[in-house]
Design a protein around this ligand. Structure first.
Ligand code: ZN
Length: 255
């Protein structure tokens, strides 16, 4: 069985730790020391990388030096030994991994979808800084059109897909979501659940694609109530989902 647990790093990053039959992998190790502490005596078998930002890659060198393991990720990332591209498929940890290119936050951003054949477990999506619980990443390199298309590819995954983002941003994201769609009752409920989890010091992740479709304004640009709010924050044509998305993203940047 595949087990997935968060290794907290920096102020709000999660390095996801995957274990299956005594084999250990991590996703986006921005820092090596918390990974080594979590592994204890266990060796690291490999590293998965979603994009080039330092808080996702800063631990690669020290981990490779210590464990001599392969690094799978975008070819643009220094230290990657197994470059990945959109549509690639490979096997690890008893699962099939599918690579989905999701440019927008950065141009090299990849999402990784792990599916365990024969398991009743839902697919697991590692989406870095593209899709967040209740939000999405900032547009550092890509255009709104690219990011919107990337988010659509992720939101088309089965609703039970477990979503493992790389940051604990859920509470702040849902506060913005509430401003973008004040009448959404599911969103109000989610915000109280998230506040309870945070008060107990627990992670709010993973989320699911179904939850995101119901509460994440960046996946709800086609909903008239969201489009109307976007129009009051700059969207000139609120029948254009990309334009709604772009004005929500700009509004959130200054929220
Ligand atoms: Zn990033």
């Amino acid at each position: 069985m595949l087990t997935i647990s968060p290794i907290p790093a920096f102020s709000d990053n999660y390095i996801w730790h995957l274990e299956h039959d005594g084999e250990h992998w991590v996703v986006d190790p921005g820092d090596a020391s918390p990974v080594m502490a979590a592994l204890g005596q266990n060796p690291l078998s490999g590293i998965l990388i979603t994009h080039h930002h330092l808080d996702h890659t800063g631990g690669i060198d020290a981990l490779v030096e210590r464990y001599h393991c392969p690094v799978y990720g975008p070819a643009s990332v220094e230290g990657v030994t197994e470059p990945l591209e959109d549509g690639d498929e490979f096997h690890l940890l008893g699962a099939t991994v599918r690579v989905i290119a999701v440019p927008g936050h950065t141009l090299d951003h990849l999402a990784l979808l792990l599916t365990e054949p024969g398991s009743r477990d839902s697919p697991h999506l590692f989406c870095g800084d593209t899709l967040f619980a209740g939000g999405c990443g900032r547009l550092f390199e890509g255009t709104p059109t690219q990011m919107y298309h990337s988010l659509r590819r992720l939101s088309d995954l089965p609703p039970e897909t477990q979503v493992y983002c790389a940051h604990e941003y859920t509470s702040a994201n849902l506060r913005f979501a509430k401003a973008a769609e004040p009448g959404n009752a599911v969103l109000q409920n989610r915000l109280s659940q998230v506040d309870n989890l945070r008060a107990e010091g627990k992670p709010t992740l993973p989320s699911t694609i179904g939850e995101e479709l119901a509460t994440n304004p960046f996946l709800r640009c086609h909903i008239p109530a969201v489009a109307r709010r976007a129009a009051s924050h700059g969207a000139e044509d609120n029948s254009d989902e990309v334009e709604v998305f772009a004005s929500l993203r700009k509004w959130k940047d200054n929220f």
